[in-house]
Design a protein. Structure first.
Length: 447
């Protein structure tokens, strides 16, 4: 426990070290984190070394002060380092270099827990194509290596055309490229070879939901059947519960949707998308307090897209709660001169056995439109009505119009500032569909 791998020394001695202040600024969507090569290798090696250094020098307890200063108080990295560790950024760099060059660090052995008995584990040989399919599947779900996954699956299928894992993986890779026709073909072939694969059924349902609206496409019943099959085959498949809950809520079954979304969150409590969808379904079931509690936890998320969406819906939920709290839904009052003068705004008056019945009509907030996702090519940007912007995006042979209300405050990934000069760029867009079939941009990733 705590032994530094030899390759860490080699990487940092040969490639040099980043400033620790720069290391602490690296975000999940940054180029340094996602690109392959020397920069990323240095990032991982030095990150590991910093953690080891803090443990060895008994400074891990100071991390709480650092996170409080940097995250909660929004102080610059170097100021947060000074307050937490009592060192300037330059002094921290020097201390870390000295720690590396000393070659002395602490590590120790931990005995295997007695509850782990080797004889209780079953061993199953894995064929070479299956092993390669597992590695390709990891690439398919990794931002840095996603582009090469399809080629890896296709190479496996050249030698093993009926490999279920490779068929399913190739379908998923096509799905990520918005090539729904090829995705459906590979999912069908995988299902023909193994109808008991829960992920094939889940991916089929996901394809139905992504290729068209849950309600408008008319395939809601078939999609829910696929998800129920996936859950029956794998009762711990959180993704299937989540999509089923969303489909049920969207097709007029909010109570069933709530139960399945709760199950998804129970199985994967750290998944912020599940919790956001649960909050929306709570609103649909008039469980406003539960929705507000969920949204408040998401409003401070480290993911700017999640935080932005949560804050927007939170404002709606809190406004609705204030309205319902300030008005009585039903009260009996004797008529008065004021009441006889006319109905108050938002109040409906009716007579019942000599009494005036007051029924207050409160409009529930509109159900938030689900966020959809596309990948495509940005053909151009129209900024003629700035700060609004209109994006022309080509995806799956379709030309789509994407609207941005304020280009100075839209969530951007992969770039720092919005540009009206972007042309012929690969993009990923999270958006909400408008009544006219066009989209409202939630976040924009330039690749």
């Amino acid at each position: 426990m705590g032994k530094i791998p030899q390759e860490t020394y080699l990487i940092l001695h040969q490639g040099g070290m980043m400033r620790v202040a720069d290391l602490f600024c690296v975000q999940q969507n940054s180029k340094t984190y996602n690109e392959s090569g020397d920069h990323r290798n240095t990032f991982y090696a030095e990150s590991s070394l910093v953690v080891q250094y803090l443990f060895d020098t008994q400074q891990v307890v100071k991390l709480d002060r650092y996170f409080d200063a940097f995250i909660d108080q929004k102080k610059p990295v170097e100021q947060a380092m000074q307050e937490a560790f009592g060192m300037t950024a330059e002094q921290f760099d020097k201390a870390l270099r000295n720690y590396l060059s000393s070659g002395r660090y602490k590590y120790y052995s931990i005995p295997t827990p007695p509850s782990i008995v080797a004889s209780q584990f079953a061993e199953t040989p894995v064929s070479l194509p299956d092993a390669r399919a597992v590695l390709a599947d990891i690439d398919a779900h990794s931002r840095a290596h996603r582009d090469r996954a399809l080629g890896e699956f296709q190479d496996i299928l050249k030698t093993d055309p009926t490999n279920v894992s490779a068929l399913r993986g190739a379908g998923y890779a096509y799905f990520e490229q918005q090539d729904f026709e090829h995705a459906a073909e590979y999912f069908r072939r995988a299902a023909e070879r193994d109808s008991k694969d829960p992920r094939v059924h889940y991916y089929n349902a996901l394809l139905m939901s992504r290729a068209g609206s849950l309600v408008k496409s008319g395939n809601s019943g078939e999609m829910k059947k696929e998800l129920e099959t996936a859950i029956a085959l794998d009762p711990k498949l959180a993704d299937a519960y989540s999509l089923l809950g969303y489909a049920q809520a969207a097709s007029g079954e909010p109570e069933k949707g709530l139960a399945n979304m709760v199950k998804a969150v129970e199985l994967s409590p750290r998944n912020e998308s599940y919790r956001f969808n649960l909050a929306n379904i709570c609103m649909a079931n008039r469980k406003v307090d539960e929705a507000i509690a969920l949204l408040r936890s998401l409003a401070v998320s480290g993911n700017p897209e999640v935080a932005s969406r949560a804050n927007a819906v939170l404002a709606q939920a809190e406004n609705f709660k204030e309205k319902t709290a300030s008005l009585r839904l039903q009260s009996d009052n004797r008529p008065s001169d004021d009441a006889a003068a006319g109905d108050a705004p938002g109040v409906v008056l009716g007579k019942s056995e000599g009494k005036t019945e007051t029924r207050v009509q409160v409009d529930a907030p509109a159900r938030p439109t689900g966020v959809r996702f596309i990948k495509g090519r940005l053909a151009g940007v129209d900024c003629s009505e700035a700060p609004q912007a209109l994006l022309s995006v080509m995806s799956g042979g379709r030309a789509l119009k994407m609207h941005i209300d304020d280009s100075k405050h839209v969530i951007l990934i992969g770039v720092d500032t919005f540009s009206c000069d972007w042309k012929n760029k690969s993009v990923s867009v999270n958006y909400r569909e408008r009544e006219d079939g066009e989209g409202e941009v939630v976040s924009l990733e330039i690749q």
